[in-house]
Design a protein around this ligand. Sequence first.
Ligand SMILES: [Zn+2]
Length: 320
Amino acid sequence: MSVIALDLGGSHIKFGLVENGQLLASANVAVPSSKSFEAVLPIIETQVELLLAAAGRQKITGIGMAFPTIVDSDQMRLLYKYTKYNDANDLDLVGWAKATWGVPLAMENDARAALIGEWQSGAGKGTDNLVMVTIGTGVGSAALVNGRLLKGSHYLAGNLGGHMAVNFDGGRCNCGNTGCLESEASSWALPEILKRQPGYAESPFAKGEKPDFEAVFRLAAVGESFALAVRERCLEAWATGILNLVYAYDPVRVVIGGGVMHSAGVILPFIQNKINHAAWLPANAVEVVAAQEPDWAGVLGMGHLALFFHAQDAFECSED
Ligand SMILES: [Zn+2]
């Protein structure tokens, strides 16, 4: 059975035609930010036709969409704004999928979709107890406990690891709290993190160096003292946040993805060491690994969820 899976990001939509867990055709398409999501739907329809043609398939049995916001994956509703397209919450996307392709629509949060993709096809294979953390512009997370995607009563469970506080005395976060993992160590917060660090005025960042993690890790690698201090602070924040997630969800493996993993050689051993030495856990209980499908985990996972959702839907119909 073929399903179409979409992973909706800030500037691009990733598309995949997924069959038996394999990506038969894929595309990464830039979408105009000036348009409404309603205006993007025809772009999606055209792209789906292109994927079907590329893979030599006539029809699909389901469609799945992963959104960068909190999603009610039972009623297929966005519970918070999809900040790029404020009209997305009000659209009848289930009705649109039914009218366009005659198939059910599955929806899920993008971090949960990525976790499912890594679980089925990547670094999460072989275990049913998994935490996924994506460190980039923000910090996303998701948890699989005993083979079940954790959702909770408000679809928040496991999803807000980036807003677990790691420093009650820390910087202001965009969520309203202070000292969240995101506001202590993520790309959006990094310019302020750099300014708060003692010695900023004499640092390369006050003299025009780009305030991003590429620069922090590059300068730290050659021993630049300010960058080293910032790197250590962020590593401590990530390790503390991930240790909190380990206590919360008791996984056997933590999969880390996101832009900072270009520096996985520094990040993974630091966090593994923290968990090995600071955690109240049996020896070698938790393995910290890099994502294996950093670009397509969301699409692969959404493909799996769409297939499962379709199977469930068909099962329910057959009982009527
Ligand atoms: Zn926060």
